[in-house]
Write a protein that binds this ligand. Structure first.
Ligand SMILES: NC(=O)c1ccc[n+]([C@@H]2O[C@H](COP(=O)([O-])OP(=O)(O)OC[C@H]3O[C@@H](n4cnc5c(N)ncnc54)[C@H](O)[C@@H]3O)[C@@H](O)[C@H]2O)c1
Ligand SMILES: O=c1ccn([C@@H]2O[C@H](COP(=O)(O)OP(=O)(O)O[C@H]3O[C@H](CO)[C@@H](O)[C@H](O)[C@H]3O)[C@@H](O)[C@H]2O)c(=O)[nH]1
Length: 430
């Protein structure tokens, strides 16, 4: 079977490469000619471990190709995965314009049976909506099915996650579509759940919202730990040993970011409101997340009295390690607050780049960690890149103006930092 993947972003590129690795012939289609040109040359235009090697391998094996020619691509393929973005609208709802465009393109161009699968994260009811969009755009009367197959990969671990999923969720009202999808995933060594499209669509939002809830719960508990003199890391370890709770996603810090949790939690809250249901727990999850960076800033303000004219080093910009993605990165919230209070901010990240449009002033991007830390009055550690753990912090102290460390990811050893002469503050972890 030949597979077409529409949208060659994180999810589309990974999906295309994973299906190529499983032995299928795959074409990646995007409207962005620059991205396609790079992918055709074997160059990944974003940072994601392992993907570029696989891209080169499958370009040379001929298993994967890329194109911007949507008419030909749609006509040549029976199986089409929609992997375009569904970003937040200002009111928090999912912006469906890219999915609608693709559905209309498919409707206008199709020349025979198509199985259209939404892999993008889409609101409940999208399968029905995509069906209507395709029908409305159709020139002839060709049969088609629309199914839902949400993606659960994490950035930074995209390849491992997509090659070894915990579960495959197939939402389909059509036996033919469900069978085709089961064939595509026949080598999956995990449960393959076949359900209704609406259930599949909700499973995706419910998963992300549940994980975000775990994080905000731990983050709020960490604030209490600071007051009680209890270490949140030990609490996380203690509760995580209960298999009903589990050890993951209990790591307190300056909050979750990225292109998924913030937008998906908002979209779920809004979708519930439209159905006269208040998801009050999730509203608090968002509130805790939006105030978590302020909590660490307040600890630093107490120590430094004022940020004005102080040199502050921000280590880590990406929303998490092993990615250059800065969408909704908590580091950006910290930087903007520091700039607003007239600090001189120096940023170091091993991979991620500063955005062009920072409010409240400009920031110096440092090429070396030492350059950011030299003469600094405080360091904010915002992303848990492993290299930050291996820095010789005792040596760093000698080049700082004041040895203050605000560890927004609780990654450094507080006792070691204190014995090295630092004033150290983590989150629920002193
Ligand atoms: N990033 C993740 O880790 C992740 C994980 C699981 C699910 N998701 C979901 O998957 C979807 C895609 O996310 P992403 O991070 O890959 O997005 P992205 O922004 O990186 O990529 C989307 C791509 O779609 C292309 N595109 C837009 N309109 C198009 C059209 N009409 N025809 C062809 N291409 C078009 C864009 O040019 C872009 O390259 C979203 O719904 C997201 O919520 C993302
Ligand atoms: O214990 C934890 C775990 C994560 N985070 C933060 O949470 C955010 C999201 O992390 P992660 O979930 O690892 O990354 P994403 O790539 O955003 O992946 C999430 O979002 C994707 C898009 O929907 C889903 O496919 C994945 O299953 C889901 O984990 C990051 O800012 C992390 O720093 C914490 O603060 N504490």
């Amino acid at each position: 079977m030949n597979i077409l993947v529409i949208g060659t972003g994180y999810v589309g590129t990974t999906t295309a490469l994973v299906f190529a690795e499983l032995g299928w012939n795959v074409t990646g289609l995007d409207t962005d000619a620059q991205k396609i040109q790079q992918l055709e040359k074997g160059v990944l235009y974003f940072y994601e471990p392992g993907l570029e090697e696989l891209l080169k391998k499958h370009l040379s094996s001929g298993q994967i190709r890329f194109t911007t020619n949507k008419e030909k691509a749609i006509q040549d393929h029976e199986i089409i995965f929609i992997c375009v973005g569904t970003p937040s609208r200002p009111d928090g709802s999912a912006d469906m314009r890219y999915v609608k465009q693709v559905a209309e393109d498919i409707g206008q161009t199709m020349n025979g049976y198509k199985l259209v699968i939404t892999k993008s994260t889409v609101p409940v009811g999208t399968q029905e909506q995509v069906t209507l969009w395709i029908q409305a755009a159709q020139k002839g009367s060709y049969p088609f099915d629309v199914a839902s197959n949400p993606e659960f990969l994490r950035e930074g671990k995209a390849l491992t996650d997509a090659l070894n999923p915990d579960r495959v969720i197939i939402g389909s009202n059509s036996k033919k579509a469900a069978n085709l999808l089961q064939t595509l995933y026949q080598s999956a060594k995990c449960p393959v759940v076949v359900t209704t499209p609406r259930t599949a669509e909700l499973i995706k939002y419910a998963s992300n919202a549940f994980l975000a809830t775990k994080i905000s719960y731990m983050n709020e508990l960490a604030r209490l730990c600071d007051q009680l003199g209890v270490n949140i890391k030990e609490v996380a370890n203690g509760i995580g040993l209960d298999p009903r709770i589990g050890p993951s996603f209990l790591h307190a810090g300056i909050g979750y970011g990225g292109s998924c949790f913030p937008k998906d939690v908002s979209a779920l809250i809004l979708a519930a409101k439209q159905n006269n249901i208040e998801l009050s727990i999730l509203e608090k999850v968002v509130y805790v997340n939006q105030t978590q960076h302020l909590y660490l800033l307040e600890k630093a303000r107490e120590r430094l009295k004022s940020f004005a004219n102080k040199k502050i080093a921000v280590l880590g910009l990406a929303f998490k390690p092993d990615t250059d993605d800065i969408r909704e990165a908590p580091a950006l919230r910290i930087i903007e607050s520091l700039l607003k209070e007239q600090a001189n901010v120096y940023v170091y990240d091993p991979v991620a780049k500063l955005p062009a449009d920072l409010h409240y002033g400009s920031v110096t991007a440092s090429n070396e960690l030492e350059e950011a830390v030299k003469d600094a009055d405080a360091v904010f550690l915002c992303t848990e890149w492993p290299i930050f753990r291996n820095v010789d912090w005792a040596k760093m102290k000698s080049i700082m103006n004041q040895p203050n460390m605000f560890d927004g990811r609780n990654v450094l050893d507080s006792r070691e930092m204190n014995s090295n002469g630092y004033f150290y503050h983590g989150i629920g972890y002193e």
